[in-house]
Design a protein around this ligand. Structure first.
Ligand code: F6P
Length: 349
């Protein structure tokens, strides 16, 4: 048996732990040969891959990034010639199946490739925790830990200077990172893409704290927007399957709040520090379980499916159910209720 492994889309802490677990599980359980495809689907199109043996995946459980490289621009399905090249390489390499580790975009491509005869298994990755059908993706816990630390750090400097400190998180169109880190890092206001914020309501929180505690910490997700306003787009990547890059809403909020307040307002955009570096132990364990489960799907011949976590249990869902979808924070989520009940503002009136 010969199995390809690739990582697609943006990177995420825990990718190497998955690559390691898929490879070791397949070698250990059935003596399979594993081929690491470089730079995601780009390597499949361009014919770049290298063998992964026990030694190649040793010592990487705790390392950030992906040893295989990744690309968020390559889509073999985009043109006839790229599709033909990808299928030709899979044939030449005698691949029985490919394990694709990625987000919703990668899952959409993986599902598309199965329609052309390539047997695929998906593993969900994203710090955003926004993959449909998966309650928790690896990388999320690490990102939440980094944002939590950042909130704690801006809190002490904000307190010293009597400032309003705004911290912007990643997360695309879902507010999971901001919500969990905001609660863990004791933010006074948490602003999410799922609930448009009212500028005056946020200003009122800051004014009240100006009297009482001198400082305010606001955790805002990059996809948040004011009532009646638009999301803040940082750039467009027209050759990417996911062309919009959000970013900069913290600066927009700073400009909206400052005229209403005596205290100085400062903004910090955390950006890629949330995605780099070592995964937390929780993410290493989850990534290892996902990789091992992906190997099981391959061995059982269950293709066109993605490994998932439902409750505390590993399961799998059809790729079709996941492809191109987003899992946002439901408006009746218990954490939203909990935040409101302990006096955290969600920017509502
Ligand atoms: O999906 C993961 C993510 O980090 C998002 O939170 C963020 O909006 C996006 O990727 C950034 O992508 P890039 O690294 O291409 O700028």
């Amino acid at each position: 048996m010969r199995i390809g492994v690739l990582t697609g889309g943006g990177d995420c802490p825990g990718l190497n732990a998955v690559i390691r677990a898929v490879t070791k599980s397949l070698i250990h359980q059935c003596g399979a040969e594993v081929l690491g495809i470089e730079d995601g689907f780009l390597g499949l199109i361009e014919g770049r891959a290298r063998p992964l043996d026990w030694r190649a995946v040793s010592g990487i459980v705790a390392t950030g990034g992906t040893i295989l490289g990744t690309s968020n621009r390559a889509n073999p399905l985009g043109r006839d010639d790229t599709l033909a090249a990808a299928l030709r390489h899979a044939r030449e390499w005698k691949l029985d199946a490919v394990v694709a580790i990625g987000g919703d975009g990668t899952m959409a491509i993986a599902h598309g490739m199965t329609q052309h005869g390539l047997r695929m298994v998906g593993v969900p990755k994203t710090i955003d925790n926004d993959i449909e059908g998966c309650e928790r993706s690896f990388g999320f816990d690490t990102a939440v830990a980094i944002v939590t630390e950042a909130l704690e750090r801006v809190q002490t400097t904000g307190q010293s200077h009597g400032r309003v400190m705004i911290v912007e998180t990643m997360g695309r169109y879902a507010g999971w990172i901001a919500l969990e880190a905001g609660i863990a890092g004791a933010a006074d206001a948490i602003l999410l893409p799922e609930i448009d914020y009212d500028v005056e309501a946020v200003a009122a929180v800051c004014r009240e704290r100006e009297q009482r505690q001198r400082y305010t910490v606001i955790c805002i997700a990059e996809g948040a927007k004011p009532r009646g306003g638009e999301m803040t787009v940082e750039r467009r990547l027209d050759d990417s399957p996911d062309p919009i890059r959000l970013g900069g809403v913290a600066h927009a909020l700073r400009a909206q709040l400052q005229p209403h307040l005596k205290s100085e307002v400062r903004a910090t955009v955390l950006g890629h520090v949330q995605r780099g570096g070592a995964p937390t132990p929780f993410d290493r364990v989850l990534a290892t379980q996902f990789g091992n489960e992906a190997a099981h799907l391959v061995l059982r011949g269950e293709f066109d499916r993605m490994v998932t976590l439902v409750g505390a249990h590993l399961a799998s869902v059809p790729l079709e159910r996941v492809a191109g979808r987003n899992r946002r924070v439901p408006l009746d989520h218990p954490l939203l209720t909990c935040a409101r009940q302990i006096g955290v503002s969600l920017g509502e009136t």
